[in-house]
Ligand binder design. Structure first.
Ligand code: ZN
Length: 155
């Protein structure tokens, strides 16, 4: 697979998402982090925190979307890019479509639950009325080892 041409800005934002993933790990959550960006500015950040918040929907992407939508006071988020360290699940991919996100950049694939490449391809499905550009693999090794170490320690 050919790696798409990521920019320095892409790298910078994915590093922020990785820091958020480490923050999630510090709180005992599966290490996933996300940032929502528009025009080079961060609108929302998210750490995975379903355990602490006793909320199965508290995925990093959902948190970043909520924060961003609150910032813009708009339930639709056109022209935005979501950076996330792990491939979104079905719920999050659905939310990205509903929010009209323009572009999704994710680091590592989620072979068990991934809903934009691994298990389903919701984000560019012709059955839905909005398609987002999907790019993957940016800093995937960092995100992948963060997750692998986390699950290793839990065993
Ligand atoms: Zn999710």
């Amino acid at each position: 697979m050919k790696e798409p041409a990521f920019t320095e800005e892409d790298r910078r934002f994915m590093r922020v998402a990785l820091d958020l993933a480490r923050k999630a790990e510090g709180a005992g959550e599966v290490p996933v982090g996300a940032v929502l960006v528009r025009g080079g500015r961060i609108l929302g950040e998210g750490c995975n925190r379903p355990v602490a918040s006793a909320d199965p929907t508290a995925h990093a992407e959902m948190e970043a979307l909520r924060a961003g939508a609150g910032q813009l006071e708009n339930y639709r988020l056109p022209g935005t890019v979501l950076y996330v360290t792990l491939e979104p699940c079905v719920m999050c991919a659905g939310a990205l479509v509903l929010a009209r996100i323009e572009r999704l950049v994710f680091a590592a694939r989620d072979l068990r639950f991934g809903a934009v490449r691994s298990k389903f391809r919701l984000a560019d499905s012709e059955l839905l009325n909005h398609r987002l550009q999907v790019e993957e693999g940016l800093l995937a090794a960092d995100a992948g080892s963060l997750l692998a170490n986390f699950f290793e320690k839990r065993r």
